[in-house]
Unconditional design. Structure first.
Length: 246
């Protein structure tokens, strides 16, 4: 069902993995889609070609979400080519597993620059366009922003900040813009069943499996197309994993 037909969407970090699946799904829903990439140019071009094959308008742009000037230029180009922005998906992020005592100040700073400052900069730059169209912002958070993971202190702290930023923006940008957050748990992009510690976590999940990219995609699509009255919500897509003591 093309319930986003005529809408323009920007997905940061949309070259690969979950970002790619989000971009393709919103295109399937009828939206014109712009994606950004930082390092994954080859993957980005493949996703761009796959978007074009769906018969919608699409863009593929380099963007370092940590850099305010780069963000300004990117949003301006999206606005020029697609006519505006109806839905912004703040997906660009980095993830690391590092023992607490081994995290360097540089790693800590870069995590927050990407995972928290990035969504702030892109949203702030896109705000006039979003307000004009009564748009929506969908932040891609993490179960790690809701639960403490001891080997991911900088990641969890950055995603917890994004959770709070979501709620602040929901209040500050209302009533013109709705802002929500999708917080995935353990998501597997592999076709094979998880093994090792991933299998152990899947067995501890009430739903007894890892999540799939489509589970996250469906949550994003819900916020993109549902009533504008829903705002400030943090939707954990984790199969109930957050209910455990993990």
């Amino acid at each position: 069902m093309q319930n986003l037909k005529g809408k323009s969407v920007l997905v940061t970090g949309g070259a690969r993995r979950i970002g790619r699946e989000i971009a393709l799904a919103l295109a399937d829903a009828g939206a014109d889609v712009a994606i950004t990439y930082l390092h994954s140019q080859q993957d980005a071009m493949q996703t761009y070609h796959d978007l074009q094959a769906k018969g919608i308008r699409s863009l593929c742009l380099f963007c370092d979400v940590r850099d305010a000037l780069n963000v300004h230029k990117t949003v301006a180009e999206v606005a020029s080519m697609l006519g505006g922005i109806d839905v912004l998906v703040n997906n660009a992020a980095i993830y690391e597993t590092v023992a607490f005592e081994e995290i360097t100040p540089e790693q800590w700073e870069n995590m927050f620059l990407t995972n928290t400052r990035g969504p702030f900069l892109v949203t702030r730059e896109a705000l006039p366009l979003l307000r004009e169209r009564r748009g929506r912002v969908i932040n891609i958070g993490s179960l790690g922003g809701l639960r403490p993971w001891t080997t991911h202190a900088h990641y969890c702290a950055s995603k917890a900040s994004l959770t709070m930023l979501t709620q602040i923006m929901a209040k500050a940008l209302a009533p013109e813009v709705a802002v929500n957050c999708v917080a995935p748990g353990m998501i597997s992009l592999a076709t094979a069943e998880p093994t090792g510690w991933l299998k152990d976590i899947a067995e501890k999940t009430p739903m007894k499996r890892a999540g799939y990219a489509d589970d996250v995609v469906q949550a994003v699509r819900f916020f993109a197309a549902s009533t504008h009255f829903i705002t400030g919500q943090i939707l954990a897509v984790d199969g109930g994993l957050g209910l455990s003591t993990l």
